[in-house]
Design a binder for this molecule. Structure first.
Ligand code: FA5
Length: 342
């Protein structure tokens, strides 16, 4: 009987050495170790083995089984490596003699307006700050005088993470961190991507850019706010543009304003881009609420300041005549190609 085991082992070794691919190995595995495999069936012969040899026979068949399984695993690894190497060597090669494409990329229109606005504010002594996209309830709401269950939260639903953090709904979420970083006096702008859980239309996206600005110093007043807003708009549009300022409510400013511009797509007549009103809400602003200054570690008795939240994506629409805000996130290269020479 032991010769039978040895012969089977020799036969297996010979066959496995000849395998050149994974399929062949699998065939061998089934042929020797499968339900009706040659090694498996040897065990069935145990009943015909004389009693005194049964123990040794069983042990030897099990040893052969283990030997075959190990050898198969080893061979699988060798073949896998060889197959990977073959794939790499046969990978598509490039014909370097072909003429190259002369197409070049271009800046996204939002990047273009962002840079313009940054330049304008930098020339007036503002620093440009960066802030995260994922933040927490405190920074996005509570530090901005919007306690839990405040009705103002309904205006800005967002996407929550399992760990309780959230995607920021507005760049105002950075106000507290920047106040704590620099203290007063300070002048800073901070552009960033914002997210809102709301349905989209020609002037609303669920992912869009804003640029926040803050100026805090002694004796800062609404006149300073209006001056900076006018300056920014006249430099961006380089033409007279109708602007209107109306009262607006935001818990983090007092008083607060909505700053709208006349829609540049329809010239103020009314179209889908401005929801047929002729005006587009562009840059709400106001005097920073004393509670917000306090939360940022700044004494409201000593300092005052203004803040604004410019809709950068909407500004790009108005600046470049993009009728539907969704085109700006579409990744449609044909639409974006138009800005190559800006
Ligand atoms: C705010 O986000 C306030 N944080 C702005 C602010 C800052 C007020 C500082 C006072 C002081 P509001 O939700 O209105 O406010 O958004 C500000 C601007 O972002 C809007 O005027 C608009 O231009 C732009 N915006 C808001 N939601 C969207 C949206 N879904 N799609 C595109 N742009 C949007």
């Amino acid at each position: 009987m032991s010769t039978k085991i040895e012969m089977l082992k020799a036969e297996f070794e010979k066959e496995i050495e000849l395998c050149e691919n994974s399929e062949a190995i699998e065939k061998i595995r089934v042929a020797y170790l499968g339900k009706k495999g040659k090694i498996t069936e040897l065990l069935g012969e145990l009943k015909n083995v004389p009693n005194e040899e049964k123990k040794a026979f069983g042990q030897n068949v099990n040893l052969l089984k283990k030997f075959a399984a190990d050898k198969i695993a080893e061979q699988v690894e060798i073949i896998k490596k060889a197959e990977e190497e073959k794939l790499i060597n046969s990978a598509e090669t490039y014909d370097l003699s072909l003429p190259s494409s002369e197409e070049s990329g271009s800046y996204h229109p939002i990047t273009l307006v962002q840079r313009e606005v940054e330049e304008i504010f930098a020339s007036m002594g503002f620093t440009i700050e960066d802030y995260v996209e994922i933040t927490d309830d405190y920074h996005c709401f509570e530090a901005l005088n919007i306690p839990k269950h405040h009705p103002a939260r309904d205006m800005q639903d967002t996407y929550y993470l399992d760990n309780g953090q959230l995607l920021k709904t507005h760049t105002s979420a950075a106000q507290n961190a920047i106040m704590k970083k620099y203290g007063a006096p300070l002048r800073a702008i901070f552009p960033g991507r914002c997210f809102r859980n709301e349905s989209t239309d020609a002037c609303h996206e669920n992912t869009f850019f804003q640029m926040e600005g803050m100026m805090i110093d002694k004796d800062i007043s609404i006149s300073n706010l209006i001056y900076f807003m006018k300056k920014m708009l006249s430099e961006v549009f380089k033409q007279d543009i109708n602007v209107r300022l109306r009262p607006g409510f935001f818990p983090f400013v007092e008083p607060g304003f909505e700053l709208d511009i006349s829609c540049t797509i329809c010239g103020g007549k009314g179209c889908p881009s401005c929801k047929n009103s002729g005006w587009l809400e562009l840059c709400p602003c106001g005097m920073i609420h004393p509670n917000v200054l306090k939360a940022g570690g700044i004494d409201p008795e000593e300092y005052t300041g203004f803040a604004f939240g410019l809709g950068l994506t909407r500004l790009a629409m108005m600046r470049f005549g993009v009728k539907d805000i969704r085109d700006l996130n579409s990744g449609n290269l044909k639409a974006l190609d138009q800005f190559k020479h800006e």
